[in-house]
Design a protein around this ligand. Structure first.
Ligand SMILES: Cc1cc2nc3c(=O)[nH]c(=O)nc-3n(C[C@H](O)[C@H](O)[C@H](O)COP(=O)(O)OP(=O)(O)OC[C@H]3O[C@@H](n4cnc5c(N)ncnc54)[C@H](O)[C@@H]3O)c2cc1C
Length: 424
């Protein structure tokens, strides 16, 4: 017996479930989401959940704006565990302080007090007064972004699932891996899962770091790389620290940028981060060791203690998971170049929580509106469209990689040792 759906979405992470909601709101399509285990068990559940400025390009700036607007909207009537603990960019000797105005602030983020671009410039005395665990040595000052914060990714995904199902047009099948695509000519005709076969209209690959494996079911190659990311946890409550913003130190740990943010309960999370595929981190997401390297917490402690006072905190093994990265650091959100009813929404490169609503809007533009632009007028209050055609899956083969804009210094965002001129 075969079931049927107008749209089949593969993957129940933040991208798959927010896309299900967006497409259900925009169409009368019957949508099924296949999740091989449970919603948010992939990258989403291991995420830090931070919403900060990921504005390395017009598209990322638009995605940041849309993610912020969506989360604000959801927060008004639902508890998604949002904590506005801000993010802090510390400038050390050798950096430019005070920092120049953000080029995207004018176009996308008017400096309203509630905007993600809103910042407070702190001199070094004020910085260590507010964040006394930061040592003052070599600190010029800081930029504090009070409207940045984090969500609980499990709650956000739960909410999208509820909202999508409430439309009456979405079914979410957990414990249902997609095992095979049966093609008829240039289309995927049938999706075979553990729970039987589905005749489908359109197929969305939202399988995160498994995206290349899902594309392979259709005989397609995807320029998506799964990369291992480690997180450790410090018992900062032992040092009386609570509510720390997202911040970092100016030194990598074992060659990798490591961010830190406060967690509920007075702990600190420390996690690796890079903006694009980096040699040495590639793994098979089905076989990756879910634990950190044994010495990772000690290595993080050694570096952070050079810049911060954490005498009593213990650094513990947290977890590790897998990002889906691309060579240029931009997502792939596009129709497949050969299979006409297959769409890819993968390669979030560590920014999928911030960018999810923008990715969902991109799928709506491409699949429902037949447009290669997303419209931002609802969130900006004036007409503004952003071209999303560069996110095309074929760009790698054509050698048309997207470039970060000139000043890709992270502003309150996560430190990345592979990014040009990081200042934290
Ligand atoms: C340590 C860490 C910290 C991060 N911090 C942030 C942050 O602060 N801010 C931010 O914006 N982003 C952050 N990210 C990135 C963000 O978490 C990801 O970009 C985002 O969660 C990706 O979501 P996704 O839905 O694409 O993938 P996933 O969450 O991995 O979802 C894909 C799903 O597909 C399912 N699946 C795979 N194959 C199949 C199949 N064959 N059949 C059915 N289902 C299948 C998987 O089980 C999985 O649930 C972080 C990531 C990590 C690892």
């Amino acid at each position: 017996m075969a079931f049927s759906a107008d749209i089949a979405i593969i993957g129940g992470g933040i991208i798959g479930l927010s896309a299900a909601y967006e497409l259900a709101e925009a169409t009368s399509a019957r949508i099924v989401v296949f999740e091989r285990m449970a919603p948010a068990v992939g990258t989403t559940g291991g995420s830090a959940g931070v919403l900060c400025l990921c504005d390395f390009h017009d598209i990322y700036a638009a995605y940041t704006l849309l993610g912020d607007a969506r989360v604000r909207d959801l927060r008004r009537s639902h508890d998604i565990g949002f904590r506005a603990w801000g993010s802090l960019h510390v400038y050390y000797e050798g950096g430019q302080f005070p920092p120049p105005q953000d080029p995207f602030a004018v176009r996308f983020g008017p400096d309203r007090p509630d905007s993600l671009y809103h910042r407070e410039i702190l001199d070094s005395a004020e910085l260590v007064r507010r964040f006394p665990w930061i040592k003052r040595d070599h600190v010029l000052g800081g930029a504090f972004y009070p409207n940045h914060g984090f969500v609980n990714p499990y709650r956000l995904v739960d909410l999208y699932q509820k909202l999508a199902v409430a439309t009456g047009r979405v079914e979410v099948l957990r414990g249902t891996p997609v095992l095979q695509f049966r093609r008829s000519g240039e289309r995927v005709g049938t999706v075979v899962t553990r729970r039987g076969a589905w005749n489908v209209g359109e197929v969305v690959n939202a399988a995160g770091p498994w995206g290349a494996k899902v594309a392979a079911l259709a005989g397609r190659e995807l320029a998506l790389t799964p990369q291992r990311i480690q997180v450790c946890v410090a018992t900062a409550f032992d040092d009386g620290i609570d509510g720390s913003p997202l911040t970092g130190v100016p030194e990598p740990v074992n060659g990798e940028g490591v961010w830190c943010r406060g967690e509920e309960g007075g702990t600190l999370l420390f996690g690796q981060h890079h903006h694009a595929t980096k040699p040495g981190y590639t793994v098979d997401p089905d076989y990756v060791n879910r634990m950190n390297d044994n010495d990772y917490p000690t290595d993080v402690a050694a570096v952070y203690r050079r810049y911060w006072r954490l005498p009593k905190s213990e650094f513990l093994n947290g977890w590790c998971c897998v990002y889906g990265t691309t060579e240029d650091g931009f997502p792939i959100v596009s129709r497949d170049s050969e299979v006409t009813n297959l769409w890819h929404a993968v390669g979030m490169n560590g920014h999928g929580i911030t960018c999810h609503a923008g990715v969902a809007r991109t799928l709506r533009a491409l699949m429902v509106e037949g447009s290669s632009h997303i419209d931002l007028s609802d969130v900006l209050g004036h007409p503004e469209r952003v071209d999303i055609a560069p996110l095309d899956v074929g760009r790698f083969q054509r050698g048309e990689l997207i470039q970060f804009h000139d000043d890709s210094t992270p502003r309150g965002a996560k430190p990345d040792e592979s990014a040009p001129s990081p200042e934290v």
